[in-house]
Design a protein around this ligand. Structure first.
Ligand code: ZN
Ligand code: ZN
Length: 172
């Protein structure tokens, strides 16, 4: 059921196998590496040397943006303590750009879909300002085990304390 709620994020296993965790160079066929290479300039709302912000192709909230790193990071399971600054920057930039595009004072939600609950195997932070459309779509962006809030990822990376705690290729 969850798979039908978000056109941008349906089970990854339905499409392809996960990429190697240590892959951080551009990956051929990766749609977000293509965006980073300039394939869809009209879609880009913000970009800097590390990150790009764009609207989700299948928005499930009044405002629904994605923040991606230019470097190919497969997913949150591939992130280690060395990625703490990246995780913080993703949320900081996402919050800034979302606040410019959503209604003033709107509640904001930031997080990631965890494997296999994502379609594109290139890290992307969902930035949402509800209401969700349809309302049931809120589940896809709140259920533990499917959804990892950005603040939890940051806490996890901080708590890992330099150890290689998860993900075979996690950066330390
Ligand atoms: Zn997603
Ligand atoms: Zn990629």
């Amino acid at each position: 059921m969850l798979a039908g709620l978000c056109g941008a994020c349906w089970p990854q296993w339905a499409r392809r196998q996960p990429k190697a965790c240590d892959e951080r160079d551009p990956v051929q066929g990766c749609p977000f590496c293509a965006v980073a290479a300039g394939a869809e300039p009209d879609r880009v709302l913000y970009q800097d040397s590390r990150l790009i912000v764009m609207p989700d192709r299948s928005p499930r909230a009044a405002t629904h943006l994605l923040v991606i790193p230019r470097a190919h990071v497969a997913n949150t399971n591939c992130m280690g303590p060395g990625d703490l600054d990246l995780a913080e920057e993703l949320e900081r930039v996402g919050r800034e750009v979302l606040s410019r595009h959503c209604a003033p004072g709107a509640p904001m939600r930031f997080g990631y879909h965890v494997p296999p609950w994502r379609s594109v195997d290139h890290l992307h932070l969902h930035c949402l300002a509800p209401p969700f459309t349809p309302p049931l779509a809120a589940l896809k962006y709140s259920v533990p085990g499917v959804w990892l809030p950005s603040r939890e990822l940051i806490a996890r990376l901080r708590g890992a304390g330099g150890k290689r705690a998860w993900g075979a290729g996690a950066r330390v």
